[in-house]
Design a protein around this ligand. Sequence first.
Ligand code: CMP
Length: 138
Amino acid sequence: AGNRTFTMIKPDAVEKGHIGAILDQINASGFRIVAMKLTQMTTADAETFYAVHKERPFFGELVEFMTRGPIVAAILEKENAVEDFRTLIGATNPEDAAEGTIRKKYASSVGENAVHGSDSDENAAIEGAFHFAGREMF
Ligand code: CMP
């Protein structure tokens, strides 16, 4: 039970072989996996997913990065999922992330920051529906 958040293990963390360790930490922190897949975003996918950032100076770099290799996309369920998951992953910039958080352990920079976590229940629903059909959610 509980509510849902959406996450991606980003191309940098997949390239470095951190999928297993990150999923282990997610499981150990009490999240249930509702949906999950290895996939690669197209340029059009990334431009749509990150449309809210399209005027930012880093938008082009963000789209390049997020499309350069496969990601793990997942929907996670837990009481207070959005906020608790953001605590688990740590600050966007790994230099500011708390000790023990996923970004502190696995992220290399503010751009290549290992994982995504939705910032609201509304965005969690939008982002989850972007990546998964209803029949892929359990
Ligand atoms: P996330 O919060 O998952 O989604 C937006 C992403 O934009 C963020 O992770 C970072 O990967 C990226 N981002 C945010 N700020 C910067 C920045 N200053 N330079 C490059 N990328 C950034």
